[in-house]
Design a protein around this ligand. Sequence first.
Ligand SMILES: *Cc1c(COP(=O)(O)O)cnc(C)c1O
Length: 393
Amino acid sequence: MNKTDVMAFQQEYVLGTYAPSVLITKGQGSYVWDADGKKYLDFTTGISVCNLGHCHPAVTEAIQRQAATLVHTSNLYMNEWQPQLAALIAKNSLNGRLFFANSGAEANEGMIKFARMWGNAKGKNEIICMEGSFHGRTLATLAATARPKYREGFQPDMAGFSFVPFNDLNALKAAVTEKTAAILLEPIQGEGGITPASQEFIAGARQLCDQHDMLLLFDEVQCGIGRTGRLFAYQQYGVEPDAMSMAKALGNGYPIGAFQVQRKHESVLPVGKHASTFGGTPLACAAAHAVISTILQEDLLLNCQKMGEHFKGALIQMASNYSFIKEVRGMGLMIGVELDRPVADAVRAAAQQGLLILNAGENVLRFLPPLNLNQSDLDQAIKIIDNILGGLA
Ligand SMILES: *Cc1c(COP(=O)(O)O)cnc(C)c1O
């Protein structure tokens, strides 16, 4: 089918909740191609999903092999890959236990249910969330998401969520009541503008939870899976949550989400208390197992740290040349550049010059390149970014 027909079908039959303009037809490593054959360096990775680049051979092989062996059984039966994946994640993070879902929102939804089940047994069920947060588009995760625009029209909001300014420990302390069961935060806010939590805030939140018998919940859907140069962002802080969610890059594009709880909380959700038909299929788990194995075996965390440092250095250099750059922030290859103006034009201009980048809110450019990015592709991107920012001056 030709491009014009596909676009006409999109216009006529796909609900207009998105407004895409480029038709992508192929991806390989750090690159994608559109229907006209134009090549783009992809610094969006499908919003931190294809962290190994597009069509990584190890993931492709795992999907192909498993698709020909066993795709789905339901969780009424064990499959070979779900326990192996759980062990691989647990051994490289909290050494806890996992529940598998299909998306970030579903993983967070499960984590919220876990926190309520734990809290209700102690007479508390409220969750403190952060301004600037994003946790998904289902009703519970929307209620935990700060931006009112996303919730508009879907009222009534689900009860039991409140908000405090991110990185404001005093405000967090002041918000705790005897009804508070948990604190939920992204160690590095993604949609909210690539804003890392401060060490003091994360450590303070942990301390507060220990003092008041509350759960600390981390949403690592965007910042997890190697994005910051550690397998999970909490490892940057040396502060462990009681539970954390993951999704996006876990399957490198094959849909899978999960949440992990610390071993001491393993009995909070017993048989029958939570479920998902598609959660943790052998196909999804084989793909995700290949993803985590590849990150660890190919030293991609180290590459992410190195490339991230180089990239951030170049952006900080640009910030000294362009006064409209307010801040460069982030960790590893999760980097945001805040401008004093909207970034939409810069995002469009970058695409014209063959570089796909994202915004995070109105004024922040968001860069999420693959973790196996090489130096020459990075230098190419830096050149284009400098070019575009030069054009804004
Ligand atoms: C993307 C995202 C979600 C939602 O994930 P979906 O797979 O779109 O449901 C939740 N939390 C964070 C931090 C995210 O970036």
